[in-house]
Design a protein around this ligand. Structure first.
Ligand code: FUL
Length: 442
């Protein structure tokens, strides 16, 4: 899959372990916008890849599909929302247009859309139904509009297609209420004229900022960074405090800045493919696999974007719905209630337990409103009269979930070794989650 390969540069910060000092003025540090802050707190968001591919059993359509193939028999976006909420999802991003160019809304600018399909006698609008279901069910709405369009005849004629794309963007950003995330994939190809399309990214951002000033622009955009793989996995020490890269969505947008707040989003599908295929009904990821993804995305300072593709009925398949519910239940079972927790500021934060207690997880959260100030830390527990190190790391950021073999302890402490400004800890919480239930059968 083609993506901007802005795979994260190695950390440029110099880590001076052992030197307890606050370097550089805290005011220079990148901070999240209020919208980025709300987004980070969502932790789990969802994708719904749905469109003509659902009916052709493909992952990438070529734009030549007959729109008459689009005919979900029982589409009910409220069922999607209900199922996603059981997993704790807070926002749903719909593929309004994928690379095949087929629009899930009746765009004025093409006939390659639901308007030319038999579904709801050509009167239907999937974007509208999803937007309404999200609003009613309390989910935020996001939209994926693929810049790569294999149907549109102007594709490859760069200025003409850029205008076409902005027109479609305007439709999506004015007709469906509040849009929280706009997802731009980097895939790009040649048009029928044999020329490669040059996207005018900055003009796309201008439309988004003008029409939905609170919307976050993801991937080929200045607000949310693709983590660099499609497995849902962040790296250890994944930072939101990033050096500005050369891509237009960074250098062209954040002019004159060297560091920006650019948080990671981990996209992954609950099935092997992004779109629904009946042959994958038995290949929905296991609960263990999803939990592993959760630890390595949300638990590593990123947001998890989990794709759950609706089927040909226009429903989330029973197997996926069941797994979503198990996922939400298990997260809640493990982390719904800590044994005890604290918050605080300064280089050492200590949490004393009333008596020797078995624990196997610690959750750390920084107060990121002031940026990622912590650049080096050690997490320790008092075991048998000595401080035992549980983890040494560089980044805390929004959240770190640290798991280890059960220990019996009377106190846990966080020692900040390196920071930019005074360390601010939103949460230091301890948990005992063992024993885990047996792995799910599928
Ligand atoms: C990719 C696309 O090519 C896939 O089809 C999918 O939409 C994924 C999320 O992004 O780059």
């Amino acid at each position: 899959m083609i993506k901007p390969y802005n795979i994260i540069k190695s950390f440029s910060a110099i880590i001076l372990l052992g030197c307890n000092f606050f370097s550089a003025a805290a005011s220079e540090i990148p901070r999240p916008s209020p919208q980025q802050l709300d987004w980070q707190d969502m932790e789990i968001i969802a994708f719904a890849h749905f469109g003509i591919n659902t009916f052709t059993d493909r992952e990438w359509g070529d734009g030549k599909e007959d729109p008459a193939l689009f005919n979900p028999t029982a589409l009910d976006a409220r069922q999607w929302v209900k199922a996603l909420k059981t997993a704790g999802v807070k926002l749903l991003i719909l593929t309004a247009k994928h690379h095949d160019g087929f629009c899930l809304w009746p765009s004025k600018y093409t006939s390659h859309s639901v308007r030319s399909s038999p579904w709801r006698n050509g009167q239907g609008d999937v974007v509208k139904e999803v937007a309404e279901a999200c609003r009613q069910g309390g989910l935020k709405l996001g939209l994926y509009l693929s810049p790569w369009d294999r149907h549109e005849p102007t594709y490859g004629d760069s200025p003409a297609y850029n205008e076409h794309f902005r027109n479609q963007l305007r439709e999506l950003l004015t007709q469906y209420g509040e849009v929280t995330e706009v997802w731009f994939d980097g895939a790009c190809g040649e048009g029928p004229n044999g020329k490669r399309q040059e996207y005018d990214w900055l003009s796309f951002y201008k439309v988004v900022r003008e029409l939905q000033p609170r919307a976050l622009i993801a991937i080929c955009g200045p607000d949310i960074r693709w983590v660099g793989n499609e497995d849902g996995l962040a790296r250890e020490d994944e930072a939101s405090d990033q050096p500005v890269g050369n891509e237009p969505w960074q250098a062209g947008f954040h002019v004159g800045r060297s560091r920006i707040w650019y948080p990671a989003e981990c996209d992954v599908s609950i099935r092997p493919g992004w779109f629904y295929h009946a042959k994958e009904d038995s290949r929905v990821k296991s609960l263990d696999h999803l939990m592993d993804i959760y630890y390595k995305s949300v638990g590593r300072n990123a947001v998890l974007l989990l794709n759950v593709p609706p089927d040909r009925r226009g429903l989330i398949h029973e197997n996926d719905a069941k797994r979503l519910e198990e996922f939400g239940t298990e997260i809640n079972r493990r982390f719904g209630r800590p044994i005890t927790e604290t918050a605080g500021r300064g280089q050492t934060i200590q949490l004393n337990l009333e008596r020797a207690t078995k624990i196997d997880h610690v959750i750390l959260m920084e107060d990121i409103r002031q940026g990622e100030r912590i650049k080096g830390y050690s997490l320790e527990a008092m075991v048998g009269g000595d401080w035992k190190q549980l983890k040494q790391g560089r980044v805390i950021g929004h959240k770190q979930i640290i798991r280890f073999d059960p220990i019996e302890t009377t106190a846990v402490r966080l020692q900040v070794k390196q920071s930019e400004g005074e360390p601010l800890i939103r949460k230091l919480a301890v948990y005992r989650v063992q024993p885990t239930p047996p792995p799910s059968p599928r």
